[in-house]
Design a protein around this ligand. Sequence first.
Ligand SMILES: NC(=O)c1ccc[n+]([C@@H]2O[C@H](COP(=O)([O-])OP(=O)(O)OC[C@H]3O[C@@H](n4cnc5c(N)ncnc54)[C@H](O)[C@@H]3O)[C@@H](O)[C@H]2O)c1
Ligand SMILES: O=C(O)CC[C@@H](O)C(=O)O
Length: 526
Amino acid sequence: MSKVLVSDPIDQAGIDILSQVATVDVNTGLKPAELIEIIGQYDALMIRSGTRVTQEIIEAGTQLKIIGRAGVGVDNVDVPAATRRGIVVVNSPEGNTIAAAEHALAMMLSLSRHIPDANASVKRGEWDRKTFVGAEVYKKTLGVVGLGKIGSHVATVAKAMGMKLLAYDPFISTERAEQIGCQLVDLDLLMQQSDYITLHIPKTPETTHIINATTLAKMKPTARIINCARGGIIDEAALAAAVKEGKIAGAALDVFESEPLGESDLRAIGKDIILTPHLGASTTEAQVNVAIDVAEQIRDVLLGLPARSAVNIPGLGPDVLEELKPYMQLAETLGKLVGQLAGGRVELLTVRLQGELATNKSQPLVIASLKGLLHQALRERVNYVNANIEAKERGIRVIETRDASARDYAGSLRLEATGTLGTHSVTGALLGDKEIHLTDVDGFPINVPPSKYMVFTLHRDMPGIIGKLGSLLGSFNVNIASMQVGRKIVRGDAVMALSIDDPLPDGILAEITKVPGIRDAYTVTL
Ligand SMILES: NC(=O)c1ccc[n+]([C@@H]2O[C@H](COP(=O)([O-])OP(=O)(O)OC[C@H]3O[C@@H](n4cnc5c(N)ncnc54)[C@H](O)[C@@H]3O)[C@@H](O)[C@H]2O)c1
Ligand SMILES: O=C(O)CC[C@@H](O)C(=O)O
């Protein structure tokens, strides 16, 4: 049975799902060295934001197939390192959207009405109605930085509260922003004109300290800023100084450059700064959503099924997978075949989508072709996650072409591999939408279903050659299951495809090429 380590607190609903297929160990609060020590026994790791999955941990996780992040941000996972190792990284892109958006809205209202400090003052026995005079958000301008899932929900609710909306998001169309009721502006204008600014962007090299002393200086002295996205998007030292010096009216932070928050000037500022300990996703509803979402994906991957929200398998969403799955199997088989025919080191792979297939997304088919091509060298180490990287690292160039006019089959796929030993090509199609057939090898038309063990020959089409090959294989006790010859002209060059019941014993390939008329022979395991 597979083993799953859950290293941050997750809802029981997730544990129940994982337990259907695996032994689940919940072991939270581990130090990095402790995690490194035990991770080697596990097939899957499920985390929230508390566990930092570094390259070292990934390298120690020799059995790991999947890392599941019960939440949105995967910035606590070294995704490139996981990808290199072929480990799928999944998240829950939508499970806590509402929770995080509502936390940002709560922060905005708490800031404008000083609720945390007013509450603390009453609890201390005071009745101070002067210190806590607030401001209304109605008719004020909210600047939303990042108009994705959370930013859009914040904007929609804020609009209903009568706020005017500005947004900065270079990857969102004006039409989309207008649908939500936002005017798209650049960051400078947003900083200058907003009364409240709320951040909903990922932490990337571009967004790190995107809010700094210079950008903060552009804000109105009455304006307030909220960060429920990621620590490090705001320069905390610059923010503390801006609030302390009255350059801006206040700030509310749920996330920090380093978590848990250590020594910080932010703690020393009174009612104008509100701090929460990364609570954006901490609602009962969100925790059930993300736990179920991610646990289901871990379960599926452990059962050999695809994950629906893998962050490191480009272009392989659930809809694409469903539609292209049979063609991906075709691509992988053709990749295995052409790689073995080419032998040696392949330098160039040309993937041609033909007929109906020409209108489809090519990326999944390229990934599957590369997975097949690299199987010979990497075996189980290559998968949909790392096939592209492994190919790049080996210097394999990929060219994608399309030919919608190729109509022999509804849709077909042609792979051509050029390597140190020459060029070979194979074409395949699906019969009845499912059954894989090889329809061409090295330009010679054939029509055979691939089988596990095959032999291909390039020979002259002449009387007696098939019989001689049959007798030779028979003399070595090799049983032929099927045989087909493809030729372009009578008594010209031809290709023979043989399916055999067992692997070809060592040394026989050389004997085959000694048969008069046979120029080349290849053995293939699919
Ligand atoms: N506090 C929490 O507990 C909590 C909970 C959930 C999510 N989050 C964080 O909230 C953030 C937003 O999550 P989401 O689900 O809305 O993500 P999302 O991917 O739906 O939206 C992010 C938006 O940011 C935009 N963006 C990317 N780079 C940008 C840049 N340089 N400048 C401006 N815009 C940019 C994208 O175009 C996208 O529209 C993430 O950082 C996520 O990790 C925090
Ligand atoms: O795990 C958490 O509680 C935080 C999750 C949140 O930061 C996210 O990115 O989804």
